[in-house]
Design a protein around this ligand. Structure first.
Ligand code: ZN
Length: 265
């Protein structure tokens, strides 16, 4: 499969995959084109090869001050116009579960990262603090928008969506295993914040025979488990009622892999 081609202002061709395979080159070229892209007309800005009604879809070159890095971002509200196989494609929020949230529950930043207002506090103890830094948003969207906070289930839906798992892609054929899905979800968690924390810092994927996830679980339990609630995420293998009327849940892979890793040093 060929990679995603990006055309930089001036016509230079650029590989989206360099972001991972050649990050120095990626950074250097975006930095070099940053000013030119900002001042260029819409049709001369950086772009992918997607088109909408015969016109190119521009991308933004953004500078992220906290990490002193450059990156490419989809134009606001144009994610649904990209081809579904394009890395800048995003499903239409009005056609996904997001439509039930009032404005402000999901706040999308210029760089494509999102901050969410959760219904639960991340901290387990310590001085009481507001569940979120932002005031509770008003219901200012028409129709079904009623939810003012996102539940853990809503966060799971958002992670699933941002991991690109709500859409089928040709490269998933025979490769979309629980481990692959959870790896994508863990990565999506690096771009979602709540209460000043990255969700990925508190997110523990559980998959069969995956030692890295096992080590991650133990590291996160050690560093965060006392102070914060953690999010365990995996595929349910069994759900059994216990005598007290609660349920005991087992995630696929948690029995062997995670317990044995736990007994190693
Ligand atoms: Zn595109």
């Amino acid at each position: 499969m060929t990679g995603t081609i990006i055309i930089l202002p001036g016509g230079e061709r650029f590989q989206f995959e360099w972001r991972r395979t050649d990050p120095e080159r990626w950074e250097r070229r975006l930095k070099a084109k940053y000013d030119e892209s900002r001042s260029a007309d819409r049709s001369d800005k950086a772009r992918c090869l997607c088109q909408h009604r015969g016109a190119a879809l521009p991308l933004q070159i953004r500078y992220r001050a906290d990490s002193h890095s450059y990156h490419l971002a989809v134009w606001p509200n144009e994610g649904p116009l990209h081809e579904k196989t394009c890395p800048f494609y995003k499903p239409d929020p009005e056609k996904s579960g997001r439509a039930s949230y009032v404005n402000g529950v999901i706040r999308e930043g210029e760089d494509g990262d999102v901050a969410v207002t959760l219904s639960i506090g991340l901290r387990r103890k310590g001085p009481p603090r507001p569940v979120d830094d932002t005031p509770l948003p008003a219901s200012d969207r028409p129709g079904q928008a009623r939810q003012r906070r996102m539940t853990p289930l809503g966060l799971l839906h958002l992670l699933w969506e941002r991991a690109g798992l709500t859409e089928w892609r040709p490269q998933f054929a025979r490769h979309r295993t629980p481990t692959v899905a959870l790896t994508r979800i863990a990565s999506a968690g690096t771009r979602i914040r709540a209460q000043g924390r990255l969700i990925s810092d508190l997110l523990c994927p559980v998959a069969p025979g995956h030692e890295k996830f096992g080590r991650r679980l133990h590291a996160i339990v050690r560093t965060e488990g006392k102070e914060n609630h953690l999010f365990l995420i995996g595929f349910v293998e069994a759900l059994e009622p216990d005598p007290r009327g609660n349920f005991t849940m087992a995630l696929n892979g948690q029995r062997d892999g995670y317990l044995s890793i736990g007994t190693q040093k």
